[in-house]
Design a protein around this ligand. Structure first.
Ligand SMILES: [Fe+2]
Length: 196
């Protein structure tokens, strides 16, 4: 009879998957940074690249504490998320919209990682691997902070800049004041229309 896998086996498997995911991200993050127009966004991606390198070392430590060989196993999930990010970068968006889309792509990756590390921490604790759990928790905290930073950048101006870029393109043919007036007229027309 074949051996039945244990939670420990699943845990090691998840660790290898996550190790590979982090390594894929060290190649993807510089591309996101390069595509960003906002200096703060570029810096956020660059900072997270440095953190990611530390997270890789932390995972190596986790393997060591468990007396396991340091090894990755191709992570299809993050590969798909990175692929989607690449497609976005090939789109012809204005700079602000591209920044908003880069944040969206980055946050997909962060949430994927948060899910992975959340599971790893919980499993490590359940099996009494407290040293490993503490290391993994540090990374989980970093991923959450990176995600929050991206939200703050999006909500702190990048999304609005992207939304405004759309309307300024609509008004391209006419002076801004006339454009705004026309919008107001259209808005009040719509309002009076809805009253009927
Ligand atoms: Fe990470």
């Amino acid at each position: 009879m074949a051996d039945t896998g244990t939670l420990h086996d699943a845990f090691i498997d998840e660790l290898r998957d996550t190790y590979d995911a982090e390594r894929q991200l060290t190649k993807a993050l510089p591309k996101l940074a390069k595509a960003a127009t906002s200096p703060q966004l570029r810096e956020a991606f660059e900072t997270h690249l440095e953190e990611t390198q530390g997270q890789i070392e932390r995972l190596e430590q986790v393997f060591e504490t468990l007396d396991e060989k340091v090894r990755g196993k191709h992570c299809d999930g993050i590969a798909g998320i990175i692929e989607e990010g690449k497609s976005i970068m090939e789109e012809d968006f204005d700079e602000a919209t591209m920044d908003a889309c880069l944040i969206a792509a980055g946050q997909r990756a962060e949430h994927y990682e948060m899910a992975a590390y959340g599971t790893l921490v919980a499993w490590a604790r359940a099996m009494g691997h407290n040293g490993a759990a503490d290391l993994l928790q540090k990374t989980l905290d970093e991923e959450k902070a990176a995600d929050e930073k991206l939200s703050a950048l999006a909500e702190g101006g990048i999304n609005q800049g992207a939304a405004n870029a759309v309307s300024s393109e609509d008004d391209e043919e006419e002076p801004a004041a006339v454009g705004a007036g026309a919008r107001n007229a259209a808005a009040s027309k719509a309002k009076s229309g809805s009253r009927r």
